[in-house]
Design a protein around this ligand. Sequence first.
Ligand code: FAD
Length: 392
Amino acid sequence: MTTNPFTEEHNMLRDSFRQFVAKEITPNVDEWEKNKICDREAFRKMGEQGFFGVSFSTEYGGSGMDLWSAVVIVEELTQANAGGLALSFFAHTYLPLPLIYALGTEEQKQKYLVPALKGEKIAALGITEPGAGSDVGGITTSAKDMGDHYLVNGSKMFITNGTMADFIVLVVRTGEGHNLSLLLFETNTPGFSAIPVHNKLGMHTSDTGQLFFENCKVPKSVLIGKENAGFYYIMNNFQEERLIAAISGTSAAEWAMEKAKQYMKERIAFGRPIGKLQVLRHKLAQMAVAVEACRSFSYRAVHEFIEKGPEAIGIISMAKAYTSEESYKIINDALQIHGGWGYMEDYGIARALRDNRLLTVGAGTTEIMYEIISKMIIDDVEHKRKLIDVRS
Ligand SMILES: Cc1cc2nc3c(=O)[nH]c(=O)nc-3n(C[C@H](O)[C@H](O)[C@H](O)COP(=O)(O)OP(=O)(O)OC[C@H]3O[C@@H](n4cnc5c(N)ncnc54)[C@H](O)[C@@H]3O)c2cc1C
């Protein structure tokens, strides 16, 4: 793997997306954070400029670039310290859409993927329930086979874009044990309702919803892929989601470290800049080392995913566990360097810290990452399951 995976095309994408973020995102972040939601217009503008579709095929309105283009988008959006908005955008693009892209029928792709990449329809992925998160096999929301249609009943919890979504890639029980299936569920279906979950520690801009399904009648044509194969589809799809988490944690940590560096030059204590204090210089040096370690780790995981697909589960789980834990420590150190001002909203570090806290919980907790890694290294489990490459 080369140390710099970015081509001239990626660099041009970075420049144009950075300009877009400065014009359309940064000026609105405080307002969205206060309102605890962004407006649909933000999705439309992202889609209109083609930024949702950078790594999707041109056939469906994407740019046909590789996964490094998605890395560019994630890094630049994270640099805007808009974690909640980034979560909403990533939960739209990199959670439900790869499943439709890989497994959907042509009709499903035209009806859902194409308008979602344009930002005209908002998507969500509904796995977690009030009684089951890490234990995906324990979900109870069911789709009962009624001959020519399914009847969906149950509820979902903590679903990003839950109240804004036009459609949800919904994980439902269609049999015993791990017999789960994926449905393309339209939120205008009678019997569906959603309420916002506002009492969150951070990620305020992102719309988090609790969803209810009461005798929702949906046609059989909304099934994605094969019935009862949903558990395996979801396990594979987690790999891309975890890579996005690793990249965004690394980028947020780098942002916070740069802020701390700047502050060390400006802040005077005991008659000189705090940047002259060796204890803080060493702290910053340690933060820089940790940022580099996170970057190397997450880039290697992206590289392996491009080469091997979901079989790169080992390195991806390691990168996700390491970067999410380490980035929180780095941002926490950046807050410490800002003293009391770090605890205030003025410098953005407080927001970065509370937003980043989600990373060790979402997309598979750190404990679940260690569970996967330990099975691989102690029990020698290969984790090859029924692999479905969500990129092809
Ligand atoms: C802001 C936010 C946005 C989210 N967005 C989405 C979304 O868009 N879609 C979606 O489906 N979900 C979403 N989630 C849900 C998220 O993925 C889950 O919260 C997460 O997977 C953990 O599940 P849980 O909350 O049920 O915790 P639990 O699974 O109940 O875990 C509780 C604790 O037990 C530990 N634990 C559980 N099982 C094991 C084990 N086998 N070994 C060791 N330790 C274990 C966990 O690590 C954790 O520390 C979101 C959550 C939040 C907070």
